[in-house]
Design a protein around this ligand. Structure first.
Ligand SMILES: [Zn+2]
Length: 253
């Protein structure tokens, strides 16, 4: 595991640095090692593509690309996305938040009935999840899976961590629950901008076989840009396939 390497390197660096105890730069050396360790942890947990604490699937091995949405179901935006996907005959994946399903079971059932994939994105989606004990994490993730299962009678196997943050506790929780951690290779700027043109440009210039695109079906900009991105793929001979097909994995138990 990558973190074990960082830990081993840090310990060795600290042991070696003891020999420089009388050196006037000793304090800088120790501080430098500390900063290296701290930054590695920050980037390792924050960038899911690094597979630092948890091995995630961030790209597919097959031809084509997959489109995914996080943070729904949204009563207003998710149905609009579904209308576009139906019109274009494209299958996508939705990583849903458990507490948002309450009162919106029909939207979730529509996603499933129209042939899209549903994945777990935790029940609470709070930032505190990264500091909560493994047992609480497991409870939160299990509660989301149970809510999904209650609506569509299928238990999801795909899990996408909230904010893409992965920690050793996540690793334990996910493997205990037999879930596959799913990341992405192209993140839409949707969380930062409402500019559809900028979003279209930033996404299309990075698209290649195996790409997993991340959008949010909580943002109107996703509705604006989705038809154009689908059109771009059609014009350029890029197949949009379902996530299970792109990564060769089962989506449900
Ligand atoms: Zn999210």
């Amino acid at each position: 595991m990558k973190h074990n390497l960082t830990l081993a390197f840090t310990v060795i660096a600290l042991i070696v640095s003891v020999y420089f105890y009388e050196n006037p730069y000793f304090a800088f050396l120790i501080t430098g090692i500390g900063i290296f360790y701290f930054l590695t942890i920050v980037f390792g947990s924050g960038l899911i593509q690094l597979n630092y604490f948890v091995k995630s699937i961030n790209k597919g091995s097959n031809k084509g690309i997959a489109i995914t949405f996080d943070d729904g179901p949204d009563p207003e935006i998710t149905p609009k996305i579904l209308d576009i996907l139906a019109k274009e005959n494209v299958k996508a994946s939705f990583f849903v938040i458990g507490h948002k399903i309450e009162g919106q079971k029909e939207v979730l059932q529509r996603i499933y009935n129209e042939g899209h994939t549903i994945g777990n994105h935790s029940f609470s989606h709070t930032k505190q999840l990264t500091t909560t004990p493994t047992s609480k994490l497991k409870q939160d993730i299990t509660r989301c899976s149970a809510t999904i299962e209650n609506a569509i009678k299928k238990k999801p196997l795909f899990f996408r961590p909230p904010f893409g943050i992965t920690t050793p506790r996540y690793k334990k929780a996910i493997s205990a629950l037999n879930l596959k951690s799913i990341g992405w290779s192209i993140r839409s700027l949707g969380t930062k901008t409402d500019d559809a043109k900028a979003l279209y440009n930033s996404v299309t210039k990075k698209i290649s076989d195996g790409s997993i695109l991340l959008f949010h079906d909580t943002q109107k900009v996703a509705v604006e840009v989705l038809p154009e991105i689908i059109q771009y793929c059609k014009n350029n001979g890029i197949n949009i396939v379902s996530l299970p097909e792109l990564i060769n994995e089962k989506a449900y138990e």
